[in-house]
Structures are given as C-alpha cells and as structure tokens.
Design a protein around this ligand. Structure first.
Ligand code: FHN
Length: 448
C-alpha cells in the first residue's frame, strides 16, 4: 500500500511540474481605471492602410474542408485531431507570401495562429498540439513575422477564444454543440492569457484579431478583463471587438464604450456606411475560409467592387486566402490578388489614407476623399453622362479622369453633371474632383 501511495504522489508531483507555469490572471485593474484607451495613432495608421490579407491555414488544409467547423462534421474528430502528424508544408515561403500580399496592394496581414480546432501554428509553450509536433516543426509564425518586418507589412494575428478540442474549454465539436464535463474556464483563461502573451511579447503582433467570442462560456466580464490584461502587456496594439461580447452579429458596424474592442468587424459583407467609427469587413476570396480544392473564387469585378464599397463606406477590407497543404497560396488566388494590385498601382491614391464618402456607396457609385479632393468610382457604369447631387456651397475647381483627361463639368445649384469620354474599357472609371476647401467637411450624401 505504501509503495502505491508513494508512486501516486511521485506521479502527481511530476505531472504538476510538467505543466508550464501559467501567468497570473490579469492584474486586478479596478474597473474605474479600466484600460480602454485605443492607440489612436496606430488606429489611424491601420485605417489609412485600407486593405489587408486574412489567412486561414492549418493541418485541416490536408482535407480541404473548413477549419474548425469540419471537425466532427465532414471529418471525424479522431481523424481531424491527427492531421497534424502529416502536416509538412515544405513549399511554405514566408517571403513569397508577403511579396504576394504587397503585389496585391495590401498593407497588413492577419494570420490564424489558433482557430476553434485548438491547433497552435507556432511552437507555444502552453500546448503540445502545435506546429512543433508536426513533421514540419519550423516556426511558421516567426518566419511570417520576419518577412513582414523585412517588407514593411503590419503583422497581425487571429486567435480564437473558443477551443473545441481543449478539455478545459466547456464546449466541443461539432461546432460548439457538445458539452465537455471537463470544462473549467478558471483553467482555460490562464491558458489563453499565456498564449496571447507569447503572441505579444515573442512575435510583437500589432493586431490581436479575436474570434469565437459568441459562445456562452465567454462572458462580457471575461472580455473586459482580457482586454485590460492585453493592453496592460502592450498599449500599442489594436484589439478587435470580438475580444468581448459587443459584435452584434455578422453585420455589427459600431463599437461602444460598454464593450471592449478598438474596431468593429462585419463579416462576409460590406459594412454599412459609417465614417465615424473604425471598422473592417472580413471577406473570403473564395467561399471557404480554409483552402478547398476547386472552391468558387470571386471575380476581379467582385473583389474590386467589394474593396471600393468597403473603403467608400469608411472601412478596411480584410480579404481572406486559404493556403494549400504544401504551403503555397493557390496560383489562381495569387493571380487575382495581383490583378487587384495592378489596379491599386494606378489608382491607389484614391484609396490609401482617404476617408469614406461623401456619397454613401450604392451599386454603381462609391467615393472617397482626401484634403481638397473627392474621388468617385463609377462601377460598371454604362452611361455617357454623370448627374449627381453636389452641395451648392462647395465650389468645384476641376474635374478629371484620375491620371487622365480633364472633364467638362457643370455645377448648377445642387446638381453636378459631366460627360464621360468614349466608353471606358475598365471595370471602374475613377474621377478626381478638386474643390475649394476640405472634402472631409462635406455632409454625407445619400444617392438613393
Ligand atoms: O467561425 C469563424 C470562421 O471560421 C472564420 O474564422 C470567421 C472569420 O472571421 N470567423 C468565425 C465566424 O464568424
């Protein structure tokens, strides 16, 4: 009996040693001193960038099914959780990815470090279920971070609050619809705090893009505490509104003082016009977030018009690619991104560092503005004449095709009209209007 007891205590002692010390729960910040400040300079830099690359990637790319959601659905949990043993993306080249990103005219990246499936794409000290356990072994996240530093790209990281594999998280696959008896948020929260501390301190992420906050185990109080904890580690990072419970569904466009988060994150749609608060639409270039063979890919027109309506509405566009199991971004997706970049090389001055409006975007017109310039984007516009409302108290000095010929215009009362030269052979006709005064002072104009 004594031998059994001593073996038990020895085993218990060894197991407790093996578990990495997790950080203290967040510093007990009195809510009256709640750290809610957003680094406004960093936020402005982020908003000026307008266009970023979202990347959803993990061992699930071996199956070509959706990351997280296919676990316990199209793919058995047993098979899904063992995919990492075959994950060996030998063709992954961080420099190539970031060059593709730059060629697309994108200025920042948000990379899935850990999705709802619980797999960590970096050699975290808090879990054995990570890239370190794969045949590939190498630190993909550090390679990406270094490539971003090399090419001047803002480095951001996606991190799922929910974890359908981790025994301490109360809900499981499929899709969070099962309950784990082992669930214990008191143990799970130090785990996510430890991992996100690594992303901040070891990888210097500038964006913490949270997700998976909608499930019941995560509460508003946890969201506030987590935001304060993270900002306590580094004030100079941006944290999206999915750290807390304030998202308001897929269309949520506003941020409030009640819920933590520095910007709003509408999903798979162009956010509603809002030039008074920071927001970013995240949208897939195909249908699926993670790679899917022969998935339907958006046309250049759809991608470009989505960018113009998003930026014209006051937001950023985070356009998602899903890399293949060998580590490459699919060549056809690279080509589409390059086409976007070619357009931005010609007309990017009308996108970057602008403010949305003054026209609320509709199906054929989006607009941006900067200093004394208003830019109009005529999308798939078939007519030869443009007639739009324009404030009578704002004097137009010049009107031209951006990068091209001057246009003869007429400003009578509240009406602006001008003829377009012979059929433009581009998807978008971009017009520059120079006014006397600041374009940002113009009230929003509703066209329909
Ligand atoms: O469930 C995830 C989904 O897989 C994907 O990551 C998107 C991207 O924002 N977010 C969640 C759905 O809202």
């Amino acid at each position: 009996m004594k031998i059994i007891l001593s073996l038990f205590f020895t085993a218990f002692f060894l197991i407790s040693l093996a578990q990495k010390e997790v950080p203290e729960t967040s510093r007990s910040i009195n809510n009256s001193q709640a750290v809610f400040e957003t680094d406004q300079q960093l936020l402005k830099k982020f908003q000026d960038m307008k266009f970023g690359m979202f990347v959803h990637w993990g061992p699930v790319s071996l199956k070509g099914t959706e990351i997280g959601w296919s676990r316990g659905n199209q793919v058995s949990i047993e098979e899904y959780d063992n995919l990492y043993k075959q994950f060996n993306p030998t063709k992954f080249n961080a420099d190539e990815w970031i060059k593709t990103l730059k060629d697309a005219g994108m200025k920042y990246i948000v990379f899935t470090t850990r999705h709802h499936d619980g797999f960590s794409m970096w050699p975290t000290e808090y879990s054995d279920y990570s890239i370190a356990a794969t045949p590939y072994k190498k630190d993909i996240l550090m390679e990406l971070k270094k490539a971003c530093d090399k090419y001047g790209i803002m480095f951001g990281t996606y991190y799922s609050i929910c974890d359908w594999k981790n025994l301490d998280y109360p809900l499981g696959s499929p899709g969070g619809r099962t309950k784990k008896e082992t669930g214990n948020m008191e143990k799970f929260i130090p785990f996510i705090k430890g991992q996100t501390k690594e992303l901040i301190e070891k990888y210097n992420t500038k964006i913490l893009w949270f997700d998976g906050e909608w499930e019941a185990p995560w509460t508003h109080e946890m969201g506030l505490d987590f935001y304060q904890y993270l900002k306590g580690l580094n004030q100079h990072i941006l944290i999206n509104n999915r750290v807390d419970k304030g998202r308001k569904g897929m269309e949520g466009i506003t941020i409030s003082k009640e819920f933590a988060g520095d910007y709003a994150t509408p999903e798979q749609r162009v956010g509603t016009y809002n030039v008074d608060a920071p927001w970013e639409s995240c949208i897939t270039i195909c249908k699926q977030w993670a790679w899917k063979p022969n998935d339907k890919m958006k046309s250049l027109e759809e991608c470009l018009f989505t960018l113009l309506k998003t930026v014209g509405g006051g937001g950023n566009l985070l356009l998602n690619v899903g890399p293949m199991p060998d580590g490459r971004i699919e060549p056809r997706q690279v080509e589409r991104l390059k086409e976007m970049g070619n357009w931005l090389k010609k007309y990017g001055e009308a996108i970057y560092r602008t403010v949305g409006g003054p026209y609320k975007p509709n199906e054929w017109l989006a607009s941006t503005r900067k200093e004394n310039n208003i830019y109009l984007f005529l999308m798939d516009f078939k007519k030869s004449e443009v007639r739009i409302p324009f404030p009578s108290d704002v004097k137009i000095e010049n009107c031209k095709i951006l990068g091209g010929e001057k246009l003869v215009f007429k400003q009578t009362g509240e009406l602006l009209q001008f003829e377009l030269p012979a059929k433009q052979n581009e998807l978008v006709t971009t017009i520059e209007i120079n006014i006397d005064g600041s374009a940002e002072d113009i009230e929003t104009i509703n066209l329909n």
